[in-house]
Design a protein around this ligand. Structure first.
Ligand SMILES: Nc1ncnc2c1ncn2[C@@H]1O[C@H](COP(=O)(O)OP(=O)(O)O)[C@@H](O)[C@H]1O
Ligand SMILES: [Mg+2]
Length: 302
């Protein structure tokens, strides 16, 4: 149906064709026909959560009380097929646990596999080998439909290139994840406006992307990532195209999402200073985790 195709196209555009993995292993983008919504360990909406601990604790020193990792990866490998029998292994065995409420940075040189890893964390792509549990769901056993639903309900994506739909207002862009989730129009508008307000874009909701600056576009993209109240925000170089002042502003919004709304955030960044603000900094090199340390953000807020 037209409407469903439109939604599917909008959702696909949100993920950007730039992230397209090899066709052989590419999961289907969500389509309108997968609109069924039984709850799968759905994370509590942030507002409804009562916070038992005073301050978030770094995972490696104090595992989060009663928390299972939101992301649990063991031995994740990813290969791409580059012409008939040739396989190119990009990730060579990644172990990673991220706990609810953590703010983790992933750094590493260009080509080290950060985006490949993020696509796997975000179930935009499947690993070639290894195990991955996302909020307790074994991603290997999940059908493409279920992965699409998990993406929509549990994960908010933010990309360097914003991936906004060109001829749609900020408001309509923010509504896209809710369209897919089957939220009624009035509620969609209400929630989209609310999130645009929260990222300081309340007065620009009618503007189309070409009428917005890079920083403003990214704020719209963050509102879009947040609007379904996902447990996890995945951001791939969200400040990569922004000047330092605007990067600061965008980074402050991520801190806000982390602190006020208790989101778990995995942030890929080239900017060492921004990475340092996170609770944990993971360094990738040639498809392996070569370093993992606390960032300044681990030691409480000030
Ligand atoms: N679909 C693909 N097919 C073949 N090679 C790929 C594909 N996607 C990524 N790569 C290769 O994987 C390596 C890691 O890429 P990427 O994860 O984008 O790195 P980063 O985000 O750290 O810059 C690069 O050498 C890249 O060329
Ligand atoms: Mg990348």
């Amino acid at each position: 149906m037209e409407k469903k195709q439109e939604i599917a196209a909008s959702v696909a555009a949100m993920f950007g064709e730039a992230t397209t993995p090899d066709p052989a292993s590419q999961p289907e983008q969500p389509t309108g026909r997968t609109l069924h919504f039984e709850k799968v360990h759905r994370a509590e909406p942030a507002e409804a959560q009562s916070e038992p601990q005073e301050q978030p604790a770094p995972a490696e020193t104090q595992p989060q009380p009663s928390a299972e990792p939101l992301i649990s990866m063991r031995g994740i490998r990813k290969s791409f097929y580059i012409g008939q029998p040739n396989e190119l292994e990009i990730l060579h065995g990644i172990d990673l646990d991220v706990y609810p409420g953590e703010f983790v940075a992933v750094v590493g040189e260009s080509g080290s596999g950060k985006s490949t890893l993020m696509n796997i964390i975000g179930v935009l792509d499947r690993p070639t080998q290894g195990s991955y549990l996302l909020d307790g769901v074994n991603v290997h056993e999940a059908a493409d439909d279920e992965l699409a639903r998990i993406r929509n309900q549990k994960i908010g994506f933010v990309f360097q290139t914003y991936n906004l739909i060109a001829r749609q207002s900020a408001l309509k862009n923010v509504e896209i994840p809710m369209l897919y989730a089957g939220v009624k129009p009035a509620e969609r508008t209400r929630r989209a406006k609310e999130w645009l307000e929260r990222v300081g874009m309340g007065d620009r909701y009618k503007h189309q992307p070409n009428e917005l600056s890079g920083g403003q576009k990214q704020r719209v993209a963050i509102a879009r990532a947040m609007v379904n109240e996902p447990a996890l925000i995945l951001a791939d170089e969200p400040t990569g195209a922004l000047d330092s002042e605007t990067s600061r502003l965008v980074m402050d919004i991520f801190h806000d999402m982390h602190e006020k709304y208790n989101k778990t955030i995995v942030l890929i960044t080239h900017n060492p200073a921004l990475a340092e603000e996170c609770q944990r900094v993971i360094t990738l090199k040639d498809g392996l985790v070569v370093d993992e340390r606390k960032g300044a953000g681990c030691c409480g807020t000030d």
